[in-house]
Every structure is written in structure tokens, then in C-alpha cells.
Ligand binder design. Sequence first.
Ligand code: ADP
Ligand code: SF4
Ligand code: MG
Length: 404
Amino acid sequence: MAKKKDTNYISIKESRAILKNNMRQMRYYEKRKRRKLPESEYTSVMRDENNIIELDGLETCFFTDNGTVMSVNGVSFDIPKNKIVGVVGESGCGKSVTSFSIMQLVQAPQGQVTGGQIRFNADELGYDEEGRKRAYDIAKMPTEEMYKIRGKDITMIFQEPMTSLNPVFTIGFQLDEVSFLHTPGISKEDAKKKSLEMLDKVGISIPERVYKSYPHELSGGMRQRVMIAMALAGNPKLIIADEPTTALDVTIQAQILELLKELQKEQGCSIMLITHDLGVIAEMADEVVVMYAGRVIEKGTAQDIFHRPLHPYTIGLQKSKPLITSSSQEPLYSIPGQVPNPINLPDRCYFWNRCPQCGPKCMNRYPSETKISDTHYVSCYLHEEGGESKCQSKKSKSSSKKKN
Ligand SMILES: Nc1ncnc2c1ncn2[C@@H]1O[C@H](COP(=O)(O)OP(=O)(O)O)[C@@H](O)[C@H]1O
Ligand code: SF4
Ligand SMILES: [Mg+2]
């Protein structure tokens, strides 16, 4: 009856079909992860050996009772060596799921990487016969093998340190554990020495006291410093920082970001910095990836994104950033509307219902990625090769006859 008109309504028959499909898919992907594979099955070659990570068409889904949630839908971008890449987008656009996919920490069995490649530049693999740098493909790597790089070569700093630190062990115990894990055979004294050094490095003034403390005895900023010390302990090549300062107050936020930047330079590693805050990106990132509803809609250098934003969503994000210098009394701009339902994504630009420049052409297929310069890419009909320069209705009358 009335329920049938509701687009979210799922009949018992549909619900059973979803459950059956979910079970089949989850079993398949879980089995695949446990298989013993020859190395050739989960290794690949880097497109550019100056990158530490190359994501290529990454797809990550969640098999839920309501259907398959496409959280990450064909995401491609590179993280160059010794660079900070900022990933920005509003809540729910797939930033964290992208980072969990890189770490193989997607909540299984519902969450699974279902497609694409995550190429990790691993020095120990060397070069192939054609002189190309070999890489691990994390998307296909068995869980057992992933232990070799997770926590050592790739580490993660989470938003809320209290959820990552174990409340029943001292900071010292938890820091020493990292050394025991990554440096087999290290003595207790040496592990403690290293832990104290790390605490000192992240700006903790009395390392001995913090070493003996429990997480609840420290402030939020101190806990986040401890998390950074843990992340750096194994000399990682890539640190993924998922909203590392969102839970902290503004002054501490600035200190932690400054510390991260300093340590990145000192250690020569790369950082994937996830945030919804464009201000943080402007301060920190060398390159920027803008995500919307599980896709990359624009990417480029910080210069490209901040001085020449092209996608209407990126422009909207910039307009909604508060400016201390603004003298206007007008309320802050906010992008109207909502993100589409990730279960039934439309076969057209996902931003169409919120875009001030949407035109008839935008109702066709999803726009392809257009190269604007060697560093700048955008997915929008306004900038597509041969596309209408401004796809407003009046301009597109003659050229938008093509319909799928
Ligand atoms: N465990 C889960 N089960 C179902 N859906 C999930 C789960 N985790 C994340 N998602 C969905 O994946 C999408 C991306 O989430 P996330 O990556 O956490 O967003 P954010 O960009 O805020 O970090 C969201 O639509 C979210 O609802
Ligand atoms: S493709 Fe069309 S709807 Fe999508 S962002 Fe560009 S102009 Fe807007
Ligand atoms: Mg998140």
C-alpha cells in the first residue's frame, strides 16, 4: 500500500535476495583473502617509481541488509614520495573507507575491496626484467602477507586517539610493543630507550613520566602526540592521518599539524592527510584530492585546487570556508541539498541535484576525467574535451541530443 510508494521500501522477496547475494559475495571475498597465493598474483609494477602509492580504480563496497553500498567507486590517485596529499570532501564521501582499504582494515565481512589496484612501492621487490619498479597490490594481497607492511611501512593516525590506545596498559608498554613487533630480538632496555626517544621527538617534555602514564591520564593533544610517536616508530614510508586534529581544540590542532609537517620532512615519508577542513589542507598539503560520493571529482596541486578550482563542488567547498578577513555580514555559504543515496547511485554526475551549473548534458552518463594540465584533473562536463563550455540549458540545446 502506502509503503510500496516509498522508494526505500524493500519487499520480503527483495530482502531475501539481498541477503542471499550478500552471503555469496562475502564468502567469496573472505575466502580469497585467506588463500595462499604465489607472489606473482599480488604483485604488480608502479606506473611511476616516484610514487609511494598508486590507487587505480579502487572499489570498496559494504554488503548491507538494504543493498550494496558503493562507498568507494573507482577512485584513482597517486601519493608521491616525500609529499603530503590532502584528501578532502564532506562527511560520508568515502575518505576513511579509502584509507581503510589501503590498510586492509575495512570492516569485514560486510566491507570488501571488490575492484581496482592499490600499488605499494616496495623496495624489497626490486625491478622487473623491463626495468619497472615492482609493487605489492594491496587490493589482492592475502591478509597474512599484509602483516609485513601494515604498521611498519604504512601506519595510521586516527581521529580519536583514545579509541586506538588500550586503556589498561601504560603508554610505555604500548610503545615498546611497536618496537618488539618491528625489530625482532630487540632487548627490553633498547625498546624503552627507543620509546623515550620517540616521545621526545614528538615534543613531550617529560618523556619518562608519560612513559609510565595510562592513556586517561593524558590530555587529548598529548594522546595524539603519542599516536604520532607510535606511527613513526617503524620508520614508515606512508602515514595515513584520518582527521588527526578534528577532536582537538584549535591551538593544539595547529601544534599537531606543525609537528606532523616537521616530522614528515625530517623522516622523508609521505602523508595522506584526510580532512573535511579545507583550511588544514591549505596549510599542509602539496597535492589535493577532492572526493564526492565515493569518487574523485577533482585533483591537482594545492596551487591548482586553491587558485584555479574547476569543479562546481570544489568551488562550493571553498565558498563555504569561513574567512577571518571577511567583513561581510552575510551568512556563510552552504552547498544546498544532500549527497545521493550510496545504494542507488544515479547513472549521471552525482552532484547534479546540487549543482548551480547543471544542464541537460549532465543527465547523460557520469562525466569522464579530463586532464587540464599535467597535474590538474577534473570530472565535470563543463571541462570535458569538446564539452559545452558552460552546460547551461540555453547553450546545450543543439549539442545535447545524445541520450543513453
Ligand atoms: N561499516 C559500514 N557499513 C555500511 N556502510 C558503511 C560502513 N562504513 C562506512 N560506510 C558507508 O561508506 C560511506 C563512506 O564512509 P566514510 O569513508 O566513513 O566517509 P568519510 O568521508 O566521512 O570518512 C558512507 O556512505 C558510509 O555510510
Ligand atoms: S557535470 Fe554538470 S552537474 Fe556535474 S558538476 Fe559538472 S556542471 Fe555540475
Ligand atoms: Mg571519516
